[in-house]
Design a protein around this ligand. Structure first.
Ligand code: SF4
Ligand code: FES
Length: 247
C-alpha cells in the first residue's frame, strides 16, 4: 500500500506545532501501525531528518504507553485495542491517515506525538493503593472470602491500563472513566475498605486539580477504551464520592 500521512510535529512544549505531510510506499498489510511509523522513521533518519517521537513500550496492549489519535479516534479505527495492536490491514492503498497526539489541557504535548500523562500518576498517588501489613503477619489472601460477582467486577476495573484514551475521546477531557476504574477495583474488595472514603475524596480532588473536565455522560470514553471499561464504574465512583461525604 502507498499512503499519505499527515502527522503532528512539535519540537517541544512551547513550540506551536503543525501538521506535516509524509508519503510512505510499499506498506505491508501485516505491519502493525507502530511498525509502519518505525519504517517512516528509518527513512527520515537516512535522509538526515528528525524522526517522529511517539510513545510505546510493550507493543502487546498491556502497558498503556502507546497513544495516538488516528483519523480522529484514540487508538485508531478498530475497537477494544491499543494503537500497538492496530494493524495496517485496517487501511487501504491510497488512504490519507491523520496522526495526532492525545489532546487535553491535562496532557500537554512534550514533543511530536508524545504527551505528558503524569497527571494520571498523581491521581494514582492520591489514593490508588491499599494498606497491607507486611510486618510478618501478612494474611493469606485466600483466607479472605470475596463474592464472585464482586471479584469479576473488580477484575474488569483493574484491566484499565491508564492510557488516557478516555480523556482524548471526551469532549470535556474528563478523566472520570480512568478514576472510576481505579476506585472501583478497590471499593469492591475487602482489602480496599480501609482507605475507601479518603480514596474517593483524594482522587477526585486531584483529578479536579489537574484540570480534567466534568463528565456529561456521553459515553465516548467507554466506546473508545481499549479495555472496554464500563460506564457503570462512573456510577459507582459517583456513589463512592457521595457516601464519602457523610460520616
Ligand atoms: S479507562 Fe480505558 S481508555 Fe481510560 S485509561 Fe483506562 S484503559 Fe485507557
Ligand atoms: S505499547 Fe504497551 S499498550 Fe501499546
Amino acid at each position: 500500500m502507498d499512503l499519505k500521512l499527515k502527522i503532528w510535529r512539535q519540537k517541544n512544549a512551547s513550540d506551536k506545532g503543525k501538521m506535516v505531510d509524509y508519503d510512505i510506499k510499499d506498506v505491508s498489510q501485516d505491519m502493525s501501525f507502530l511498525e509502519m511509523l518505525d519504517v517512516l522513521n528509518n527513512e527520515l533518519v537516512e535522509k538526515g531528518e528528525e524522526p517522529i517521537a511517539f510513545d510505546h513500550d510493550c507493543r502487546e496492549g498491556i502497558c498503556g504507553m502507546c497513544s495516538l489519535q488516528i483519523n480522529g479516534r484514540p487508538h485508531g479505527p478498530d475497537s477494544a485495542i491499543t494503537t500497538c495492536q492496530l494493524h495496517m490491514r485496517k487501511f487501504k492503498d491510497g488512504d490519507t491517515i491523520y496522526i495526532e497526539p492525545f489532546r487535553s489541557k491535562a496532557f500537554p504535548v512534550i514533543r511530536d506525538l508524545i504527551v505528558d500523562r503524569s497527571s494520571f500518576d498523581r491521581i494514582q498517588h492520591a489514593g490508588g493503593y491499599i494498606s497491607v501489613n507486611t510486618s510478618g503477619n501478612t494474611q493469606d489472601a485466600n483466607a479472605i472470602p470475596v463474592n464472585k460477582d464482586d471479584a469479576d467486577k473488580a477484575f474488569d476495573a483493574a484491566t484499565c491500563i491508564g492510557c488516557g484514551a478516555c480523556v482524548a475521546a471526551c469532549k470535556n477531557s474528563s478523566a472520570m472513566l480512568f478514576v472510576s476504574a481505579k476506585i472501583s477495583q478497590f471499593a469492591l474488595l475487602p482489602q480496599g475498605q480501609v482507605e475507601r472514603k479518603t480514596r474517593a475524596q483524594n482522587m477526585v480532588a486531584q483529578m479536579d486539580a489537574e484540570g480534567f473536565g466534568a463528565c456529561t455522560n456521553t459515553g465516548a470514553c467507554s466506546a473508545e477504551c481499549p479495555k472496554e471499561i464500563s460506564l457503570t464504574n462512573i456510577a459507582r465512583l459517583n456513589r463512592e464520592f457521595l457516601k464519602s461525604q457523610f460520616g
